[in-house]
Design a binder for this molecule. Structure first.
Ligand SMILES: C[S@@+](CC[C@H](N)C(=O)[O-])C[C@H]1O[C@@H](n2cnc3c(N)ncnc32)[C@H](O)[C@@H]1O
Length: 408
């Protein structure tokens, strides 16, 4: 997610893609058009987003574009500072001590940088995991992770293993993911004049993608749509534009993913970091345009049809839905807090206490990183951390400043 406002000033125009990258996007566009035509003229937005992000060789995450960091489209916490992964490592240590499980599984590992810093910190603590497993949907990112890990920690490379699918039951260990759920395709709903529509994607005669609103066909989505409508109505007193259309997202894949974690996990925990809200905040009437966002070269905008394959498309997480899916499938919620509280209580202070204030360049760089990770107007409040466990209830220092799980 882009978080440096200087890199996307309001009113700035988007950089033009090169002819080759534009041709790449056009190929994906035609593939999606073919899919729409083969499906009788429309697909759900979740199907569109799935293709735009993950179509083999063409989707945003599947093709070879530089996605993370300054030359990419957005930056994530592990790319900002090793302190983020080091704090996660310290909390994994507590989970290891409380559960006796020492295997780690990271899902959606991006460039591989979090794995490197996390394992280095565990090595420093003399608690190297027996195995560090990675499950990554994108073949291109899997390659990049292997290169990063080989280059940065060749002596530990043997401990890493890439999985092609979820481990077979029973899996005992710690499952971690940063910004995984927000990269999963979402369905879009539109509430208007007491009706709920799903937003489908169609294509017009000029070959442009257009919205088509109609009744949701998926029975699960129909049920959730009615729940959201009831919640929205119960919050109507907060609405300063009563009766205006209201758009929101439903991430069915995230719910299924949490359920599949519960199914495979025999003992251990799931620690997830992502941006989002509790249901009451997520479905607040003032969020009438939803949370769908696109990132193109550090420009944030709301047009998911712009240059498919060249931009990230993402939606915030409804953590209440994640917590409910976890509880319904046999996991316990053991903590929920903001990233700032998690890091401050989870070792950030101790990890940075030996910094030399006389080394002004390094000191101010680390101070900048800490600000980005923790300030409320940066990532501190929007990003949340949730801990789910199978078996024992876990208690981590990182949730001891503030544990907001009652709000879920
Ligand atoms: C927004 S990126 C975050 C990358 C990294 N965790 C970070 O924080 O820099 C999302 C990552 O999740 C991967 N991904 C998305 N859905 C996945 C799934 N169902 N299983 C495994 N990986 C997935 C993407 O390919 C990508 O690596």
């Amino acid at each position: 997610m882009p978080i440096d406002p200087k890199t996307h000033p309001a009113g700035d125009t988007f950089p033009e893609p090169s002819p080759e990258t534009k041709a790449h996007s056009d190929r994906l566009k035609h593939l999606i058009e073919d899919e729409i035509n083969a499906n009788g003229g429309r697909i759900t937005f979740a199907e569109y987003m799935n293709k735009a992000l993950y179509a083999p060789g063409l989707g945003y995450y599947s093709a070879g574009l530089k996605k993370f960091g300054k030359q990419g489209d957005f930056i994530t916490a592990p790319e900002i500072s090793p302190l983020f992964s080091q704090c996660l490592a310290l909390q994994c240590l507590h989970i290891m001590q409380q559960t006796g499980q020492h295997t780690l599984l990271e899902v959606g590992a991006g460039s591989g940088i979090m794995a490197v810093e996390l394992v280095l910190e565990l090595e420093k603590q003399a608690q190297l995991p027996e195995q560090y497993l990675i499950l990554e949907l994108s073949a291109e990112l899997r390659d990049r992770q292997q290169q990063t890990i080989k280059a940065r920690i060749p002596h530990l490379y043997e401990r890493f293993q890439w999985l092609d699918c979820l481990p077979q039951k029973p899996f005992c260990g710690i499952i971690i993911a940063n910004e995984l759920l927000d990269a999963m395709p979402v369905h879009l709903l539109k509430l208007e004049q007491n009706s709920v529509f799903e937003r489908y994607v169609s294509v017009n005669k000029k070959g442009q993608f257009i919205w088509q609103d109609d009744a949701p066909e998926n029975p699960r989505l129909q049920k959730i749509a009615q729940e959201i409508k009831a919640l929205h109505q119960s919050l109507a007193h907060l609405d300063d534009k009563p009766g205006a259309p209201y758009i929101t997202e439903v991430n069915l894949q995230a719910v299924d993913w949490v359920k599949s974690m519960a199914d495979i996990l025999d003992a251990g925990a799931v620690l997830l970091v992502d941006y989002g809200y509790t249901a009451k905040e997520y479905y607040h009437p003032q969020r009438s345009m939803g949370t769908l966002m696109c990132h193109y070269q550090h420009h944030r905008h709301d047009d998911p049809f712009y240059l498919p394959g060249l931009q990230d498309i993402t939606a915030h997480i409804d953590f209440s839905r994640i917590a409910r899916a976890a509880c319904d499938s046999g996991l316990k919620v053991c903590g929920f807090t903001t990233q700032a509280h998690f890091l401050m209580a989870g070792g950030l202070v101790e990890l940075s206490k030996d910094l030399d204030p006389d080394d002004i360049v390094h000191f101010s760089e680390v101070a900048r990183q800490i600000k980005m990770l923790t300030l409320p107007e940066e990532m501190g409040e929007l990003f949340k951390v949730i801990l789910l466990a199978k078996g024992k209830t876990l208690s981590l220092p990182a949730f001891q400043f503030q544990n907001f799980q009652q709000r879920l």
